[in-house]
Design a protein around this ligand. Structure first.
Ligand SMILES: Cc1cc2nc3c(=O)[nH]c(=O)nc-3n(C[C@H](O)[C@H](O)[C@H](O)COP(=O)(O)OP(=O)(O)OC[C@H]3O[C@@H](n4cnc5c(N)ncnc54)[C@H](O)[C@@H]3O)c2cc1C
Length: 400
């Protein structure tokens, strides 16, 4: 099993240790709950709340955990090579390596912009934001990307730093509007929520180059920046193409059984997998695919018939700090801070589902998460009339 994110953990549970010898390989020592890492920017979540230690998790499932980086996969020889030069052989492989940070070849992006793809990276951004907010001069922050990650990042910066004028934020987006895949009404709504705070938008403005304290846009404009946050979304892991599972720079195509179209002995799950009908790169699809891929890997080894993966339609919840939260389902958009409770409930429910610990030992962690959620999210709301008024407002922005 390669990769222990949403898809990898979903798959790991489908392979009982009594019948299969399972090795879970990941370069990280933790599973990380990526859909909530933006909350590290404001401090409403701490790193420990968003992580599950993988060695202990694998042990409880009866599996082996190898902390290592996958360098190469040879599907013909059914062999994996890792950074520490381990060569692992397999009878069935579930590949769930997610994606890498998409920088679109923009010069300087990897060297000078902080990526937004892990707990450690977002915790670091949170610390830099706090330092900038303490400086004498207002800090200049540029968020590159006005998609889901960029908008959620902006919401958290505003939650923590919008009063006092200590930070000035510019959001740069190559497309003409924010959240370009969602109905246009949501873009207008986000702009209206930012009115009165220190936020500018550079829309339809691809970035040409990133330097240490500035960015140059393709139109030639230069923006000063003390902190550049890069939220460019995911790109395919180069390992996919090197293994012959995908074309260069592409996601790996799979049949509806989630078997690789190039090598049927490899099951693909999560962001790495490209189905004939493309799916949004979302955690709930990754988890469901992992479950199906793990089940089908077991079926292959047992010589049973494989089952197709049928994605279920689920709405997307996009949080915007304490100012609002948006529920997007097709052409429907509903907005209101109260929906933040739904996003928090999804986080709690999925963390509980993924945690392999018995209930008695999971309970203290769940109570700790609930206590922190109350202190950081609920009490600030109840402590101010303005915040309470915001909670009470829910608006339908678009119905298609
Ligand atoms: C900031 C952010 C916000 C998001 N918000 C949402 C949201 O609100 N709702 C939603 O549904 N989805 C959201 N997503 C998307 C969601 O997190 C992904 O779709 C999901 O994590 C994909 O799951 P996965 O298992 O395919 O990959 P991942 O969760 O990325 O897991 C891949 C695993 O593979 C490991 N790995 C990678 N390469 C190697 C290697 N070479 N060797 C060994 N191990 C390796 C990684 O360490 C990781 O543990 C968000 C993503 C980000 C980054």
């Amino acid at each position: 099993m390669l990769g222990a994110g949403f898809a990898g953990l979903g798959a790991a549970r489908q392979l009982p240790a009594k019948r299969f010898d399972v090795t879970l390989v990941d370069r990280s020592r933790w599973f990380e709950f990526l859909p909530n890492i933006h909350e590290l920017l404001s401090g409403v979540k701490s790193p420990g709340l968003l992580r599950i230690p993988l060695a202990a998790h694998a042990r409880r499932l009866g599996h082996r955990f190898l902390r290592d980086t996958v360098l190469a996969i040879d599907p013909e020889a059914q062999r994996i090579v890792t950074r520490t030069r381990k060569a692992l052989r397999y009878d069935a492989l579930v590949l769930a390596l997610g994606g890498v940070n998409a920088t679109y070849g923009v010069a300087g992006a990897e060297q000078h912009a902080l990526p937004f793809k892990s707990v450690a990276q977002c915790a670091r951004i949170g610390r830099v934001l706090s330092q900038l907010a303490r400086q004498r001069e207002p800090g200049r922050v540029v968020i590159v990307g006005g998609g889901l990650e960029g908008v959620e990042a902006l919401g958290e910066v505003l939650r923590r730093h919008r009063t006092g004028g200590r930070l000035h934020v510019t959001v740069v987006e190559a497309r003409e509007r924010l959240l370009a895949d969602a109905p246009a009404a949501l873009h207008e709504h986000v702009l209206s929520l930012c009115e009165g705070w220190n936020v500018d938008f550079e829309l339809g403005s691809p970035v040409a180059r990133v330097a240490r304290r500035s960015l140059r846009l393709e139109c030639g404009r230069r923006l000063s920046s003390d902190l550049t946050i890069w939220t460019g979304g995911p790109a395919p892991n180069p390992v996919l193409a090197e293994a012959g599972l995908a074309a260069h720079g592409a996601w790996a195509p799979a049949a509806e059984s989630l078997q690789s179209r190039a090598h049927p002995g490899v099951f693909l799950a999560g962001d790495a997998c490209a189905l004939a009908e493309p799916l949004p790169k979302q955690a709930y699809h990754a988890l469901d695919m992992g479950v199906r891929a793990g089940d089908n890997a077991a079926r292959t080894l047992d010589g049973r018939r494989l089952r197709p993966f049928r994605p279920s339609a689920k709405p997307t919840l996009i949080s915007f700090g304490d100012l609002s939260c948006f529920l997007v389902a097709g052409e429907w958009v509903v907005a209101g801070a109260a929906l933040g409770a739904a996003k928090e409930a999804v986080f709690e429910a999925v963390m509980g589902q993924l945690d392999a610990d018995p209930l008695w030992s999971r309970l203290p962690r769940a109570l700790d998460r609930a206590d922190r959620a109350a202190r950081r999210l609920l009490w600030p709301t109840l402590g101010s009339l303005e915040a309470l008024r915001r909670q009470a407002q829910v608006a339908v922005l678009s119905t298609g």
